[in-house]
Each structure stands twice: as C-alpha cells, then as structure tokens.
Design a protein around this ligand. Sequence first.
Ligand code: HEC
Length: 391
Amino acid sequence: MEAATKVQVASWPPGSFDSSADRVTNPTSIPSSFSAYGEPYSWSGREALGPFSGLSSLNNNVHAANSDTTQLAAAASWLFGMEPETYLGILLRGAPDGPLRYDPAGQRRPSEVLNAADPTPGAPGLNSYAVLPTYPATNYMTDNGLFASVPGEAANHANNAMSAFQNLLRPPQVGADPERVRQGRAVFERAGCAGCHSGPALTNHRVIPAADIGTEPTRAKAGAKMEARLAAPGMFATDTPFPLPTDPKLVPLPIPEDKLPQLLLAWGQGGTEGGYKVPNLVGLAWSAPYLHDSGVAVGPDAQKDLGLPGTLEKGVSPDPANSLRALIDRRIRDRIVAANEGSEKARTARATGKGHGYWADEPAGFTEADQRVLITYLLSIDRLTEDLPTP
Ligand code: HEC
C-alpha cells in the first residue's frame, strides 16, 4: 500500500498538492496568495463563510484538517468506508520510528499509540484545537469543527491574523507599456473575459458548474462525502479565550438563501457535480502553470516544452507568456492536452489542461497581434483595478 501511495503522491506536479479527503488523486495548484477581493476561496470556492469572507476558513482548514491527518480518524467511516482504528493503523504504521509508530505485532491499538504520544491529550488530532461541540461534523466554515488555536491567544486568532496579512500582499510591479496594456484590456473585453473576470481583483466571485467550465471535473466533487455529517455553520466568538472556557460563546453563521445554491455547488453537494470558482487574476506573472490542475504549461521553447511532461516533469519552469497563449489559443491548447495525455504522471494526477474554452484565437476572429497585447495586459495585472481599502 505504501508503494502504491508513493506513486500517487509523486505524480503531483511541483507546486501542487492534494489534501482533500476523497481518496481521489487530483492535486490543485497552490492557490493565489494575492487574496484581497478574491472570495470565495480555494479553487472550488467552498470557503465562503466567516471572517474575511472565507479566507480564515481556508487558513484554518490548512492547519485544522489538511496538515493533521490523524484528526480524520473520527470521519473515516463515512469518508473512507473504513474503521477508525484501521485508518489510524495504516497511518501510524508509516510514522517515523519513535513514539507515534504503530507496530501491528505489538500490544497497543493504533488509537492507544496516538493517545500516548499526543501533545494535546484529550483533544482530537495532534495539533492544538478549539473544538466545536459538533466535532467531527463538517460545517461550511470548518471541515471538521476544529479551529487551530494557540494557548494564550483567542480561539482561531492566528488564522484571522494570517488573513489580514495576506490581504495586504501585492505582487511585484510589472511595469508594462500603458498603451499596449490598454489595447490588451480592449481585447479582454471583446473576447468576453470580463463577463466572469470582473471586479477589483478580476473575479465576479461566482462558482461555475464543472460541466460548464469544462476543466478536469473530479476535484470539484472533493467535498461531496462530507454531506453525510453536516452541522449548521458556526464558529467561536472572535474574543473567546483559548483554552476554551467551560461555556464558550458560539456564533452561528447563517447562510443567506441566495448564497445557498453557490455554496452547495462549491462543496459538490445538494445533488450537484461541483464547480470551480472564477479565480482572481492578480499576479498571473507569478502563478504559471494555469488552471486548477496546473495542466496549462508551456516552457520557454513554445514548440518543444509542451504540457507538464515538457516543463515541470523535467525541471523546466513554465513560461507565463507562452502558457497564457496556450490558455487562449485552441490549436496550441490541443497540443498541450495531448502532451499531458501522453504522460503517465500527469494522467495519474488527473492533470489534463482541458476546458475553460474561452478563446482569443484565429477561429474566434483574433490576430496574433491581438493575442500579444492581451497577454501583455494579463501579465501586467499587479494590483487591484481600483484603489480600494484592504478588506
Ligand atoms: C464563464 C466564466 C469565465 C469566462 C468567460 C472566462 N473565465 Fe477565465 N476562469 C474561469 C474559471 C471558473 C477559471 C478556473 C477554472 C479551473 O481552474 O478549473 C478560470 C481560470 C482562468 C485563468 C487561470 C488562472 C490561474 O491562476 O490559473 C486565467 C488566466 C483566465 N481564466 C483568463 C481568462 C481569459 C483571458 C478569458 C477570456 C478569453 C477568460 N478567462 C474567460 C471563468 C471564466
């Protein structure tokens, strides 16, 4: 099993990771850290509730769910169809030699090994958490009812502090020729891009059904099984001390009725197949390869360095301009998709580079000169479109 797992993990394109608890290998590119006005957060857009319009929810899930696989034991029955002890046994058998290593021939059950070595005894998992009474049920603010918290600070404080910091981050200035940028913006509008990529960070904050956007579909459903144990969205009041008092104040996070369909789509629940949110476009010069699956990648040699096998798999960094050209030109994109299909690693990672069929190419009535200024414009986006206060 360990050997089989390594094949899956080693398939992830560099700069991607998969911490979704769905037993499907479908890593996503590390999302943009230029987060201001980029809500809802994550590629699916499922982090949409609570402080900083969902950014604290994203930050919390990194530490309270993704980086602590031991906390998943409580949900193993409905997420993995597995006994919690079996799940923990698989996990801890591979722990580094030491107090957390489970020995199948030994006397102790996996949970006993974990409890004996746990730096936070009596609380779930290994990290330090404020625990909602609804743990381990998912609520749309936290995957499992846990909030990563530091003793001596308010519950969930570090996640909120990180959100405030992150919303201040701006990419380095690009310094493109303003006339070419203006021409490129006109092409962007003529090609219909601004229908979705609008607003201060060039996202309209919408989640688009996976079938409509046409990109790799499996990742959009990563949260589907969590529907089996849902609790009403809620969190601790932001001034709740940690460790928690005996009667901590809980704050419900009501979902406005008009927000519910988008939230269900983002989580792949409510009978939907899931979707991907319209990402913001700030800092594109720094975020190649493109799309959630990292599949749109072209290296410095636009003829030879095609797709993931032509770039990251052989240690070649994708070139932002060449990769963006492959995003908007279907003839180039077809070659990228074919190159990815020819790579066993990319197939294992489900990195296809398919979909998002919004073209600014010859069949759509655009010239190469149009493409060049459009790409100049896209790479020039190094700030919010208006001078706005930090959210
Ligand atoms: C119907 C809405 C919609 C339209 C129209 C649209 N986009 Fe997108 N765009 C999206 C979505 C959704 C994604 C994320 C898809 C995914 O990763 O699976 C995306 C992703 C992108 C990305 C990748 C961002 C990244 O960080 O990887 C770029 C660049 C982009 N779009 C530019 C454009 C351009 C240029 C146009 C016009 C030619 C355009 N988009 C038209 C919805 C749209």
